[in-house]
Write a protein that binds this ligand. Structure first.
Ligand code: ATP
Length: 274
């Protein structure tokens, strides 16, 4: 693997403010599906306030890695230790109930397909509000007010609060997913190709909103994308994956401006050629 400048508090660029203690520490992570390799030998540490991009071609293991990091998939071996408010939690070995609780209260997941992250026939307000209820809020009026404020924050009019996501455009559905995930003040957000199904102009708006929210809320984020422009815009640091392994990692601008690994060079040059 080609490794460069380790990320530290202070060299983040892109306005990131990072804490010293790792939020996520991944060691020798491996996931297989029967005989099929998902990912192997993955290790890195991620700090609070950091945006980590995972890039690579289709089938390189990006979604598998994201699934293991977020506790949605159990790894075959290795560890993913998340520094939760209650202490360190191994997302792969801790009891499922604890992993689910930490995931619900401290993490958020924005899926590539809004159908995986939204209830399409529940109102927009209901989609956002149920996250607050799951975390113990019971005051209906307060939940509705907060839901409407978050709709405005992601540039969906508060007057759409009673509409169902099935009646929203693709860009609105992704912005609703973002609101649903951020309303509970998570510390760590996972995004799996959040803009890949959208038109370029719609993508730009969603990315702009994400960029502002990440900065405003000092969020930590892991974003999977095959789009290097998205990675350049949002990520402080990149992991480049190929055939299940991380082949290069480093600060985003360094990797994209001066790729060291032949595979990364190919990836970058194929984008420049378009
Ligand atoms: N449920 C599964 N059962 C069997 N093999 C799987 C499963 N999920 C993923 N794989 C395999 O694991 C490898 C990595 O797949 P993964 O979906 O993580 O890649 P990816 O980089 O996210 O691809 P894409 O960009 O196309 O979503 C592939 O060879 C894939 O076929």
């Amino acid at each position: 693997m080609s490794a460069r400048t380790p990320i530290t508090a202070g060299n983040a660029g892109k306005g990131g403010k990072m804490g010293d203690e790792a939020l996520l520490t991944v060691t020798n992570l491996c996931k297989t599906y029967g005989p099929q390799l998902g990912c192997e030998g993955v290790g890195f540490a991620m700090h609070p306030g950091e945006v980590l991009g995972i890039v690579g071609e289709s089938g390189s293991g990006k979604s598998t890695l994201l699934g293991c990091l977020s506790g949605q998939l159990r790894a075959t071996s290795g560890t993913v230790v998340y520094q939760a408010a209650c202490g360190a939690v191994d997302m792969n070995r801790s009891p499922e109930q604890l992993v689910r609780r930490v995931s619900r209260t401290e993490m958020g997941i924005v899926h590539q397909n809004p159908r995986d992250g939204l209830r399409m026939h529940v109102s927009a307000g209901g989609n956002i509000g149920e996250r607050l209820m799951a975390n113990g809020e019971r005051h209906y009026g307060g939940i509705r007010r907060k839901a409407m404020a978050w709709l405005e924050r992601v540039e969906i009019g508060a007057d759409r609060v009673d509409d169902i996501p099935a009646h929203f455009s693709g860009g609105m559905q992704q912005r609703l997913q973002i609101a649903r995930n951020l309303i509970t003040n998570p510390r760590l957000i996972f995004m799996d190709e959040p803009t890949s199904g959208l038109d370029v102009s719609v993508q730009a708006r969603v990315l702009d909103i994400m960029r502002h929210l990440v900065t405003q809320l000092s969020l930590s984020m892991v974003i999977v994308t095959h789009d290097l422009a998205v990675a350049r815009l949002l990520a402080h640091r990149l992991l480049v994956m190929r055939a299940g392994r991380v082949v290069e990692e480093g600060l985003t601008d360094q990797i994209l401006d001066d790729p060291q690994h032949p595979y990364t060079q190919l990836l970058v040059s194929s984008v420049l050629a378009h």
